[in-house]
Design a protein around this ligand. Structure first.
Ligand SMILES: Cc1cc2nc3c(=O)[nH]c(=O)nc-3n(C[C@H](O)[C@H](O)[C@H](O)COP(=O)(O)OP(=O)(O)OC[C@H]3O[C@@H](n4cnc5c(N)ncnc54)[C@H](O)[C@@H]3O)c2cc1C
Length: 440
């Protein structure tokens, strides 16, 4: 009798624990399902580029992928299986892919509905234009380590195929100084090529503009002229310091703020023209321009003034200024929110309401407007950026008015590299759901 009582109690206890566990699981699932619904409503559910695809038959619901992702709310668990949530925020660094204990994740570019433009590149990194090579994320392979490997691989491949000896032109012009461009520059220097690297912005590429300082590297990488880099959980500044150190040790100068506008074929190779009008003659070109493109300009008078920027790097250093933030997407809203406590911020947006932004940003910006922490000028467009002011046009009554101003941040999206590639003659194909990495 006593035994039955003990077994019964244990059984009851186990049943209660299982019920509590299942209930918690159900509640957690419901939270994720609600987030998925919200993401669908906000237009954030559809991935933009490289993203994980989960094989539900293999997934065991360990949640390792959810824990490994340094971005927020991209993956969640629904009824014990991993699921995409705010997939359009995925940056494709593949930490989920590497963390899955049962290899249930593949990395895929584009979806069945949304294609991604990928240039034609052969296994030697050469495009359909002989002499123009492509490396890094532009070719479809994201991640710092992959870009570094590809930058090196592309230069080694062009050396193998032979570069004519002619001192009257450069051997190689590298366009872009992100991880791929830096690695290619180091490799070209190692092989004593006469190389010039042109960067439209600042050294470091996308890494330089990361909104967070944490960087995830899932495996060690080999940096030419340096050796193995065993940084796993590192920071943006640590990585940038390392690149700068290796470049300066080898006396390599990368030409920053030199946007390549056009590449023209010549008898001896190529003419590479930058925004200032300067032209460089070269035998080979490596495009390492990533996929993020160039910030879109508004084309208003005064936009080329020094006080205008297209990204915000250290908001904590900006104080007591009149700031104009232009745009209505996540980047503009995040910039405005991070500047408003210490500055007087005006947010100018051409539409009458925000759309397709992260739910948290929507909540925060609406609260900030309500509390009058910043001025939000809906339905306005800047018509002139002048010393001490920005002139806005109110689109509802066509009235122009001046707003006192010290600094302007423009977040008007980007010109994708597609146009640049097409102008250069590189063929592009739209890929729908193209698998980049799969466990075998
Ligand atoms: C928010 C975020 C977080 C990420 N986190 C990680 C992470 O933790 N770990 C990881 O491994 N990866 C991460 N990634 C992905 C990683 O940053 C990219 O895969 C990598 O930077 C691609 O390198 P790349 O050299 O091919 O291109 P990019 O880094 O994009 O560099 C391209 C460069 O080319 C320049 N350029 C473009 N057009 C021109 C032109 N016409 N003339 C001159 N220059 C031009 C650009 O200004 C840019 O500097 C993250 C990405 C984002 C957006």
């Amino acid at each position: 009798m006593e035994e039955i009582l003990i077994y019964g109690t244990v059984f009851l206890l186990c049943a209660v624990i299982v019920i509590i566990y299942l209930r918690k699981l159900k509640q957690a699932s419901e939270v994720v399902e609600a987030k998925v619904e919200q993401a669908k409503q906000d237009g954030l559910y559809e991935p933009v580029s490289l993203h994980p695809v989960i094989d539900l038959n293999t997934c065991i619901g360990s949640a390792a992928c959810v824990a490994a992702c340094p971005e927020q709310d991209i993956l969640g668990l629904i009824r014990g299986k991993a699921s995409l949530v705010n997939a359009s925020h995925c940056v494709g660094h593949g930490a989920c892919f590497h963390s899955c204990p049962v290899e249930a994740i593949s990395l895929v570019i584009g979806t069945e509905k949304r294609g991604v433009d990928l240039p034609h590149v052969n296994p030697d990194f050469e495009s359909n234009v002989p002499g123009i090579y492509i490396a890094g994320e532009l070719g479809g392979m994201g991640l710092i380590k992959n870009s570094v490997e590809q930058g090196q691989g592309a230069v080694e491949s062009m050396i193998r195929s032979g570069i004519p000896k002619d001192p009257s032109t450069l051997d190689l012009v590298i366009v872009g100084a992100g991880p791929a461009g830096i690695s290619a520059t180091l490799t070209a220097t190692k092989h004593k090529l006469n190389v010039l690297t042109l960067e439209q912005d600042s050294l470091g590429g996308t890494v330089f503009t990361f909104p967070r300082s944490k960087i995830v590297m899932t495996a060690p990488m080999d940096l030419p002229l340096h050796g193995k880099v065993k940084l796993f959980d590192t920071s943006k500044s640590e990585l940038l310091d390392l690149w700068n150190e290796v470049l300066s040790k080898n006396k390599i100068q990368i030409r920053e703020h030199a946007k390549v506008e056009e590449i023209r074929m010549t008898k001896k190779g190529f003419e590479v023209e930058i925004k200032s009008g300067e032209i460089f003659l070269t035998k080979r070109v490596l495009l390492a321009i990533g996929r993020r493109g160039s910030p879109r300009k508004l084309g208003v008078p005064g936009e080329d003034s020094e006080k205008v920027a297209y990204r915000l790097l250290e908001p904590e250093l900006i104080r007591e200024k009149n700031i104009m933030v232009i745009g209505g997407g996540d980047s503009a809203i995040e910039a405005a929110l991070s500047l408003m406590e210490e500055n007087k911020v005006t947010l100018s947006y051409r539409k009458d309401a925000f759309s397709r932004i992260k739910p948290k940003n929507r909540e925060k910006i609406l609260a900030a407007i309500e509390e009058q922490k910043l001025d939000c000028a809906f339905l306005t467009n800047p018509v002139k950026i002048a010393h001490g002011e920005v002139v806005l046009m109110n689109e509802s009554d066509q009235r122009e008015y001046a707003v006192p101003n010290d600094q302007v941040f423009i977040f008007a999206g980007g010109e994708l590299p597609t146009q640049f590639l097409q102008k250069t003659g590189v063929e592009i194909t739209k890929r729908f759901g193209y698998t980049v990495k799969k466990h075998n």
